[in-house]
Design a protein around this ligand. Structure first.
Ligand code: PEP
Ligand code: MN
Length: 348
């Protein structure tokens, strides 16, 4: 399995806390980096904001203590940076791997400042998605850094802050990282199920979903005693719970496709191509009807939007969708899009 795991506490809280978790994590084969929050962005003032320099010092000491990662290399840490001073301090304490957090990616001014600080530093940078589901803003931060010659080693999907997060802390909106994959096919994309889930009980299922969607790895928050954590106590995993997640990756990652499976896949994909062709032709036919209706409405002086007709159409189609065993919420969304386009065409 070639998946990358980054694991470690949300925040570094004490030398003892860091060391105890590092001693476990560094032996796990897939763990390539150990995370530890040094500066913490807090939604409201008054909370624990990270220890800053002492945390970096303990990281450096542990890297030089002779402790090794599973591949035999010295223990390697990463942390979030948000300001040029953070980059400078990381560099002083030999931290070579850093990431931009969601709040930083969302702000091109801050990204520009970090570009200047990172230029020529040789650091490896990962970029979390912005708080809002805007793939172009995420891509823009990556491009800005790359234009300064900064090496981007991964994009990290940590979900989006929405009004309704559908039971998660941050809505996964998987279509956004999937679009990122389409735009940057060679960029590794990791998933941060801890910040998506917001609760340790949901992390495993989010991690499994990420594996089904072919993410290249995970960033996991792991704490020796999550209940006592100073930040994100509800979502951090115990080391034991982390092993369940790591083991589930091994299961999902195997992929052996026999000749027969490959033939069946080709046939089913051909069927899908054909169905899509028919769907598009039908949509074109539907839009033609809309155009003709528009002429009549214009001649008759009728409004384009006829709310009663739309209510009838929707009720009828959703009943049909239910009878066909289709997901009614999905079909509603699809019909709203189609109707929206029909209204737009009639207003042209
Ligand atoms: C974090 O990783 O600890 C963090 C603050 O993440 P995000 O930027 O995703 O909110
Ligand atoms: Mn956190």
């Amino acid at each position: 399995m070639s998946k990358t795991i980054i694991a470690g506490p949300c925040s570094v809280e004490s030398r003892q806390q860091l060391q105890s978790v590092v001693e476990i994590l560094c032996r796990v084969p897939h763990v390539k980096l150990i995370r530890g929050g040094v500066w913490k962005p807090r939604t409201r003032p008054g909370g624990f904001e990270g220890l800053g320099e002492p945390a970096l010092r303990w990281m450096k000491e542990l890297s030089e203590s002779g402790l090794r990662m599973a591949d035999g290399s010295p223990v390697r840490f990463c942390c979030e940076v948000a300001r040029p001073e953070h980059v400078e301090l990381c560099s002083q304490y030999s931290i070579r791997d850093i990431w931009l957090g969601a709040r930083t990616t969302a702000n091109p001014f801050m990204v520009e400042e970090l570009c200047a600080a990172l230029r020529g530093s040789g650091m490896n940078v990962m970029v979390k998605n912005p708080l809002n589901p805007d793939v172009r803003l995420w891509l823009g931060a990556i491009e800005r850094l790359q234009q300064c010659g900064v090496t981007i080693t991964a994009a990290i999907h940590r979900g989006f802050s929405m009004y309704d997060n559908h039971g998660y802390r941050n809505d996964p909106l998987w279509e956004v990282p999937m679009e990122m994959r389409r735009l940057l096919p060679d960029m590794p994309i990791l998933c941060d199920p801890s910040h998506i889930a917001g609760s340790s009980t949901l992390v495993l299922s989010v991690a499994r979903a990420a594996m089904q969607l072919a993410f290249d790895g995970l960033m996991l928050e792991v704490h020796p005693a999550p209940g006592t954590a100073l930040t994100d106590a509800g979502q951090q995993l115990t080391p034991a719970a982390m092993f369940d997640v790591v083991n589930s990756l091994t299961d999902a990652a195997g992929g052996i496709v026999s000749d027969q499976m490959s033939a069946e896949l080709t046939m089913l994909r051909d069927n899908i191509d054909d169905v899509d062709r028919q769907l598009l032709q039908l949509l074109e036919k539907r839009m033609q009807c809309s155009r003709q209706i528009a002429v009549i409405k214009r001649q008759a002086g009728l409004a384009v939007y006829q709310s009663e007709r739309w209510a009838e159409v929707l009720t009828d189609r959703l009943r049909q969708a239910e009878a066909l065993g289709l997901d009614v919420a999905f079909i509603k969304e699809l019909l709203e899009k189609i109707h929206g386009e029909s209204v737009r065409i009639q207003m042209d």
